[in-house]
Write a protein that binds this ligand. Sequence first.
Ligand SMILES: [Fe+2]
Ligand SMILES: [Fe+2]
Length: 148
Amino acid sequence: MNTDSDTELVWSDALLLGYEPMDEVHEEFVDVVNRLLSCPDDEVLKYLDEFFVHAEQHFGLEDRWMTETEFPPRDCHMAEHAAVLKSAHEVREYVAAGNTEVARSFAAELARWFPGHADYLDSALAQWMFKRQHGGKPLVFRRNIATA
Ligand SMILES: [Fe+2]
Ligand SMILES: [Fe+2]
């Protein structure tokens, strides 16, 4: 079991991007990755499959938003989604052959990857989608953020 706190992914308002349909799916991503990090060895395959279902919906939804609205910088964003799914397929083969550790490493890698992906790529898409819906930039109200 991976207990390295560096790889722990904690849902907090700091991860909110202000476009609700995306924020909801991101909160689910955090739950799914944490289950994969902390589940017993004999449930790793089950939670890896849960990750697949989630990732296909999550990335599929964002890819669809980008394609349907002709979001200009969509190529590199869609390529990151595809790379994660490709790795997940490779990891699944290892896990099916009995190597559960590789799934833990993969989950830890996802936990490190996600905040940057959300910050640089998803946030631009969230603003784009919000603007299309409401004609302005999203206002994000984050709790628990210290003001100096
Ligand atoms: Fe996302
Ligand atoms: Fe994304």
